[in-house]
Design a protein around this ligand. Structure first.
Ligand SMILES: *Cc1c(COP(=O)(O)O)cnc(C)c1O
Length: 236
């Protein structure tokens, strides 16, 4: 059995355990493969093992893999999970299935200008209070959404966050539970459903599942350590 297949089986077992612990059905939790720095053939190997969502962080890297993704026998859902610069919106907005990082009005406007069909999006929230993280401050979310909901070109499906990177699971838990409470507040305020909670990575997906994640984003637990530090992908 190859290593990727083995990792996926192990991951699924852990997801199942977390679901059982949280009294949830594993069907409620989808697994997104965070595929930054991973070559197409290794991604294809994961997709052959019952995975079907890929997420890229950088526009250039997404574009370099795009033709490969759509040529696969079963093309994956393609998500964008990184910070999206306004001037790069036009390069990807009509190619992706879900944007996880809607976090400002200027991005909203540019998307509206460039989209040729409705795009599903998640509102990214900075739940950790770290200045280095992208995403809306929790207090700004409702007023941002009030504006975003007027744009017919986008469909808000839910929320995304990156938890504080800490070894303490309870610190991550606070971030995830904050995101869930923001979701509930938004649903009550607008009388709409925003079902998706994209939260949890290799190091903290179990607590994310306990706090209601509907999509976890995992890279290293499937593909192994990356050769670039995360600071290359995230602001520091
Ligand atoms: C890389 C990345 C992940 C996955 O991180 P791992 O620790 O490799 O599981 C999740 N979300 C985002 C936004 C990422 O950039």
């Amino acid at each position: 059995m190859n290593e990727i297949k083995e990792n996926i089986l192990f991951l699924k077992e852990k997801v199942l355990k977390a679901c059982v612990k949280a009294n949830r059905s594993p069907e409620e939790v989808r697994i997104l493969l965070a595929t930054k720095t991973v070559s197409l053939d290794r991604i294809a190997m994961a997709l052959e093992n019952d995975m079907n969502i890929v997420g890229e962080n950088k526009v250039q890297e997404f574009l370099s893999k795009y033709e490969g993704f759509i040529s696969l026998p079963h093309p994956p859902e393609m998500h964008f999970i990184g910070h999206l610069q306004t001037n790069k919106v036009k390069d990807i907005c009509n190619k992706i299935d879900l944007l996880h990082s809607l976090d400002r009005v200027s991005l909203l406007k540019e998307l509206d200008k460039r989209l040729q069909k409705k795009l599903n999006v998640l509102v990214q929230v900075n739940t950790s209070n770290e200045a280095s993280k992208y995403g809306l401050h929790p207090d700004e979310v409702l007023s941002f959404m009030k504006e975003a909901l007027t744009y017919k070109s986008i469909e808000i499906k839910g929320f995304m966050t990156l938890a504080e990177l800490a070894n303490d699971k309870e610190v991550s838990r606070r971030c995830f539970s904050k995101l869930r409470s923001i979701k509930e507040k938004a649903e009550n305020s607008f009388g709409l459903k925003f079902p998706e909670l994209s939260m949890g990575m290799s190091s903290d997906f179990e607590v994310a599942i306990e706090e209601g994640a509907t999509m976890i984003r995992v890279g290293t637990s499937v593909f192994g350590q990356r050769q670039y530090p995360d600071s290359y992908y995230w602001p520091s």
